[in-house]
Design a protein around this ligand. Sequence first.
Ligand SMILES: Cc1ncc(COP(=O)(O)O)c(C=O)c1O
Length: 350
Amino acid sequence: MSNFFSQPRERIGTFPTPLEFMPRLAKALGGPRIYLKRDDLTGLALGGNKTRKLEYLLADAKRKGATHFITEGGVQSNHVRQSAAAAILGGMQAELVLNTPAPRDTPDAVPPLQGNYLIDDLLGANCHFVATGPDRKPKMAELAERIKAEGPPGSVPYVVVSGGSDAVGALGYVGMILEMNGQLVEQGVSPRCVYVANGSAGTQAGMLVGKTLFGGGYGIKGYCVVPGGAEEITQDTLMLANQCAARIGAEPVDASLVVCDDTQFGEAYGTPTPAALEAIKLLAHTEAILLDPVYSSKAFAGMIADIRAGVYGSDDAIVFVHTGGAPALFAKVDMLGPILGKTGRPQQRL
Ligand SMILES: Cc1ncc(COP(=O)(O)O)c(C=O)c1O
């Protein structure tokens, strides 16, 4: 018997998130019934999937007496934005290590105050800039040491890995499966597949543990939005799922259930593909729901490709987990031209 229900959790999100039928989208695509699990509506400083992970990470930090909540990401990270909000609710100071192509080390020269980074700032987080992704970890370690040595007496740093994707953070998505399974029963829906974006693997890994623990007659299909290729991301996702399962004394996940598809990755992390841009426009124009340009739009494009390939009949149902991220739209204005029919430039200065 697993001890999932006794894991410490801080209630900082708005749950359950809705499971909604998308009639206009389904009609436009002419395929199966499509449902959205609205994890873009988790409530914490504009919501998104990280809120579920942060409920467990924040509880862990509090149990360890943390005063400073340190985490990392790109300058437009959704995880970092929600972490800054979680730190406030946990009574901690957020310390954010952000990589940005143009790091500046003077206090008044910062990246464009846009999207997620604008919100980090509004939330009172301390932002520390580095040049590249690999520079983030050593900077977090340095900050943690400095807080212990030079912070006010009693200062305790708590370091959260990229995306909140460790065995603790993934617990949030174990719980999401239980929540969604209840909604599926209530609404009389038996989906064949549940689609989700995979960045740092924690969301899909947690879902796989949840399905193993609580059941579900559906497949889970993840779309990789980071480089590495399907094989590597599949391995990472399985490893994380099994670390999470071990933490709560659950059965390991069957490796054959881990499906990560890399066909929607495109040129680079953070660069929307034409299919992702089409997905953003389609969902906005049919259901007035906003996908993000980095994660959910690529996974959504994968789901559309499956529908167009005739994978589903009209009696089938599928679910898309909307993981949020719309604040990044404001920082990618220059890339949205093809769907807007005009060019735009992010505002550099307020
Ligand atoms: C909007 C959005 N969707 C999906 C993901 C991917 O989640 P994970 O990193 O748990 O794979 C992220 C991660 O940053 C995200 O911000």
